[in-house]
Unconditional design. Sequence first.
Lengths: 116, 115
Amino acid sequence: AQSVAQPEDQVNVAEGNPLTVKCTYSVSGNPYLFWYVQYPNRGLQFLLKYITGDNLVKGSYGFEAEFNKSQTSFHLKKPSALVSDSALYFCAVRDGLTGGGNKLTFGTGTQLKVEL
Amino acid sequence: GAVVSQHPSRVICKSGTSVKIECRSLDFQATTMFWYRQFPKQSLMLMATSNEGSKATYEQGVEKDKFLINHASLTLSTLTVTSAHPEDSSFYICSARDNLVYGYTFGSGTRLTVV
């Protein structure tokens, strides 16, 4: 079975400061990892994904994430937060094992609040 | 890029009636689509996986006779909430496997309120 943990319900950061949103995962095979952002009453917008290759993945809106296999983590980061980054962030994982299916499993979400 | 159109964005219906939600892939063919339900301030709960031309696969605990899913073409999947009750009020989101490598594209969601 695959699972995702986002240990923080909310992260507060001042505008201009770096931000980190944490994510750890568990899968049987190789993980396919994703980050999405959701604004109120909207669907999910894709930020970035890790399938294979470089452990540091760069995505949309200046976000990046680092895949750490030994720590089974995929934390989302941004060097300088903006107020407009305030939203709900979801980490998701899919098991890359052949026959593992297409399903994504989502974490519980982390509300990011960026203040002036 | 891949776009998934979902509508209606909001619907209010009376208890006992049925509501249909559509999910369309606009610029790609989606052999697989997913339907999620999201409660306020909570994560997405996968309800079912729909495959074009075959029966949907429902997650444990989801009533297939209540949440009817049809995926009759490569660009359209529909979710019908039958005999809706207030407890069915929720935010429903669809997603499709897009033509990017292992990509998933999400619709903008439907806010269902049953009164």
